[in-house]
Write a protein that binds this ligand. Structure first.
Ligand SMILES: C[S@@+](CC[C@H](N)C(=O)[O-])C[C@H]1O[C@@H](n2cnc3c(N)ncnc32)[C@H](O)[C@@H]1O
Length: 423
């Protein structure tokens, strides 16, 4: 990535808008582009790639920079991570910047502290050190600094994986089947898939492989009553609908009208007729109460710190904190407790997050099980997946890591309600 002088100036303006991180970086960047409509598609792609590159390496870049400004961060990034030499940077720098860049070119990240090498803030390293070795933290941090590949899910209501792969290859798009999800496709590059006829006709959706695995853990069957408790824009609900061959009923609940509205065009493309998005006020909404004890399968894709998605959302490192995680834990516990009451005896609940932290994952489940010991048992995730010929054994819980599984960091637990009544 070698920006032209015009792109260099636009990127500085974009960094100035994004870096205070008063909102998610992708939303701030979209706002920047809306405010600068004359910036063309090609320039936008270059600016976005550089801004996200800077966010991915921000901790190291800041420690190389005496006075942290959008200009100095951009220069340090281009020199260290885009391999630009002083001659290529000459139009952007003065003599003292040339000396500084020559000096930092020689500084290797491997001589830095774990926090800098892993690109994790101090508080996060401390949390990870409770259950990971420093080497594991480093490998995880390095994997999270790489951009995520583009994964697709084939909508099995309208297409088959091999047909979609053949069509993509005919279009000159390099694509392969994902290693674990039987309906996943991983693209090598980043084509504009949302203009592709396969996307426009509902045959494919963009979905990370880790999220696809969740559908197989819940494994809803035709004709069942299913709730996606935190459906958001419905990525997982749409997959559940296809697994059910559009038979039965899925309620897609969420407290956010805006997110549920984003589900509507996807639902239209999908060809599903069994998915019902409904906004709820909170986890104790009257709609939830009316469905208690009537549901076969419940998915709780809980609001979480999102730290497993740092490849896509590197800004979360600064937007989360130990305090925000404490607040999320309270929310996760109340949502799980309420969602569990929906289940019929014999029904299955899957609790999932894209967090890397046991306090949002195993500890939430273990606390729930200790309070509801007579009513719920934990199912073995590896066993559920192997029954569906998915060779993914991470034990009782599903735990995916970008450095090991090439997916987002992801956690899931599967619970079954026993025949006895709930407390
Ligand atoms: C991790 S996101 C879900 C993403 C979604 N499942 C998907 O695949 O696109 C968590 C969602 O939980 C919703 N949420 C937060 N508090 C909630 C509550 N009390 N009840 C239901 N949903 C809630 C948020 O609005 C957010 O959309």
């Amino acid at each position: 990535m070698r920006p032209s002088p015009a792109q260099f100036d636009m990127t500085i303006a974009a960094i100035r808008t994004v870096l205070p991180l008063k909102a998610p970086a992708d939303a701030l960047l979209r706002q920047f582009f809306r405010e600068h409509p004359m910036i063309g598609q090609n320039d936008r792609a270059i600016i976005a790639e550089i801004v996200f590159g800077i966010l991915r390496h921000r901790i190291f870049l800041e420690c190389l920079t005496e006075k942290i400004t959008p200009h100095s961060l951009l220069l340090a990034y281009l020199a260290k991570f885009e391999g630009m030499n002083l001659r290529e940077l000459a139009t952007f720098i003065n003599d003292s910047e040339a000396k500084w860049l020559a000096r930092i070119k020689a500084i290797s990240s491997t001589s830095q502290s774990l926090t800098i090498q892993a690109e994790f803030p101090e508080w996060l390293v401390e949390k990870l050190q409770k259950f990971m070795s420093d080497n594991e933290i480093l490998e995880l941090g390095q994997a999270l600094q790489c951009p995520a590949p583009l994964d697709l899910r084939v909508n099995t209501l309208l297409a088959k994986q091999d047909e979609v792969l053949a069509t993509l290859n005919q279009q000159g798009i390099e694509a392969n089947a994902t290693p674990y999800s039987p309906i996943g496709i991983r693209l090598t590059g980043k084509p504009a898939i949302n203009k592709n006829p396969l996307f426009l006709s509902g045959k494919i959706e963009v979905q990370d492989e880790s999220s696809q695995i969740l559908g197989y853990l819940l494994a809803p069957r035709r004709g069942e009553m299913v709730v996606d408790f935190c459906a958001g824009a419905g990525g997982k609900a749409l997959m559940l609908g296809a697994l059910m061959h559009s038979q039965g009923r899925i309620y897609a609940f969420d407290i956010s009208e805006k997110r549920l509205n984003n589900l509507k065009p996807r639902l239209k493309r999908s060809g599903l007729s069994n998915l019902h998005p409904q906004r709820i006020n909170n986890e104790n909404d009257a709609r939830i109460k009316r469905l208690q004890g009537k549901i076969d399968r419940v998915l709780v894709d809980a609001p979480c710190s999102g730290l497993g998605t740092l490849r896509r959302n590197p800004d979360l490192k600064w937007r989360q904190s130990p305090q925000s995680i404490d607040e999320l834990k309270t929310k996760q516990t109340v949502i799980l407790t309420s969602a569990a009451k929906l289940l019929k005896p014999g029904g299955r609940l899957v609790y999932a997050t894209c967090s890397l932290l046991p306090e949002e994952n195993q500890e939430i489940i273990e606390h729930f099980l200790s309070e509801n010991a007579s009513c719920f048992t934990r199912l073995n995730c590896a066993h559920i997946l192997s029954q569906q010929n998915i060779p993914l054994d991470t034990g009782e819980y599903l735990q995916l890591f970008p450095n090991l599984h090439h997916t987002d960091g992801f956690f899931a637990a599967a619970l079954e309600r026993s025949k006895e009544n709930l407390a």
